[in-house]
Design a protein around this ligand. Structure first.
Ligand SMILES: [Zn+2]
Length: 411
């Protein structure tokens, strides 16, 4: 069975038009109509509801220091729902489109992870701010989540064209990920904050973006088409926060290990943002490897590819000899049964999403360690499916320099 958010919310939910990936990429030039869980007719102009609201200030610098929402200055007209309560009627050149795109994306990401977690994700900042403020544009080459807000700037693509981050699903999903993780995992005290926790936050936010993007059927089809069914081949799924065909902000599939990044026992207040993003990369790479392995298992289970062919690809990938493998091993079965491949990838996505969500729910933010995270993931996986995946998951993390016993990059 293949789970579909659109099927789940078609009868009662609200429609939005979202770009599944940056519109500069082939195949993603047009926004896609999707359903979110917000009951039809309940969303207010903005869009807004009791959890979040979009506001576009006339003029505002990014939040910094003690500045916090709500924004109280003059603002642009709000995006209005259609007469039947949807927001997919706005065309991309309508000024309200960006507002609707931002709200719809954040709501969709919440929908996905609330389903994996089995209940609503309350805001970590709810004691002072009942609603999340969403600001589609501030003059800034960045986007960030902070106490009670997400706000976006814009960045240049390879052609030097400014692209608003509010229209970039991956970047919005990543920032929403930070917001959710502060609630799911929690916030450490200043004296119990570790560098590992900061690296984990960046990595988990990237994983949230990657798994959330895989809820677009068009994205699944695109990934499979580009790779001809073999996920180990470089593809769009590996690029998080992409601005063009060749430039991306971070990468999910990467060859980085913990030996390539700062030591986990670095003072958390001394590590730079750049170092922390790099520290997250080996973790994200390990998680990508796990989804690729789950995918191979599902291909066999669904009888889409024979076990011999899968074994050949596995051996080649682990010994860095993919170039020597006959690409027809996967491309022939893929062309014979593209729907079977899509089903396998959707199932791998949900296997990983369920396990990560439950793992994060059990973690505590204080004195956070990578070893503790891997151990919790293994425990959750064993509770769901017994011992069958343990070795596979362990190997994905060990290859990155992360075993249950130790992280081998301490200074
Ligand atoms: Zn981040």
């Amino acid at each position: 069975m293949r789970f579909s958010l659109n099927d789940a919310f078609r009868a009662t939910g609200t429609r939005f038009a979202l770009y599944a990936q940056s519109p500069v990429l082939d195949g993603f030039a047009e926004p896609e109509t999707i359903y979110v869980s917000s009951p039809r007719g309940t969303l207010l102009p903005g869009p807004a509801d009791d959890r979040m609201y979009v506001i576009q200030p006339h003029e505002k610098q990014p939040y910094a220091g003690d500045a916090l929402p709500p924004f109280r200055g003059p603002f642009s007209p709000m995006a209005m729902p259609s007469s039947d309560g949807h927001f997919d009627h706005l065309s991309p050149d309508d000024p309200g489109f960006r507002n609707a795109h931002m709200f719809g994306t954040v709501r969709r990401v919440l929908d996905i992870w609330e389903i994996y977690l089995g209940g609503p994700i309350p805001w970590s900042f709810a004691n002072t701010h009942p609603r999340l403020e969403l600001i589609p544009y501030v003059p800034w080459d960045n986007a960030h989540f902070g106490w009670g807000f997400i706000e976006c700037g814009e960045g240049k693509d390879d052609q030097g064209v400014l692209r608003p981050f509010a229209l970039n699903f991956d970047i919005l999903a990543h920032e929403t990920g930070h917001g959710m993780l502060f609630s799911i995992v929690g916030m450490p005290q200043p004296e119990t904050l570790t560098t590992a926790y900061r690296g984990f936050h960046e990595s988990a936010s990237d994983c949230i973006a990657m798994i959330s993007a895989l809820h677009f059927d068009t994205f699944i089809d695109h990934v499979l088409n580009i790779t001809q069914g073999n996920l180990f081949v470089e593809n769009e799924m590996n690029r998080i926060g992409e601005l063009s065909r060749t430039r991306q902000i971070r990468r999910a599939s990467n060859a980085m290990t913990l030996r390539d990044v700062i030591a986990v026992n670095t003072d958390p207040n001394k590590a730079t943002g750049k170092q922390i993003h790099a520290l997250g990369q080996p973790l994200t790479g390990a998680v990508f490897d796990v989804i690729a392995e789950f995918f191979l298992d599902r291909l066999i289970a669904l009888k889409v590819v024979d076990a011999d062919s899968v074994q050949q690809v596995r051996i080649a990938a682990s010994s860095d000899r993919l170039h020597a493998v006959d690409s027809a091993l996967f491309s022939i079965p893929y062309h014979a049964d593209p729907k079977g491949f899509a089903m396998a990838l959707a199932q791998a996505r949900d296997m990983l999403g369920l396990r990560l969500a439950e793992c994060w729910r059990r973690l505590t933010p204080d004195d956070f360690t990578f070893e503790g995270m891997v151990e919790t993931l293994l425990t959750v996986d064993a509770e769901i499916s017994g011992p069958m995946n343990r070795q596979l998951i362990l190997e994905c993390f060990e290859w990155r320099g992360l075993s249950l016993e130790k992280v081998d990059n301490r200074q």
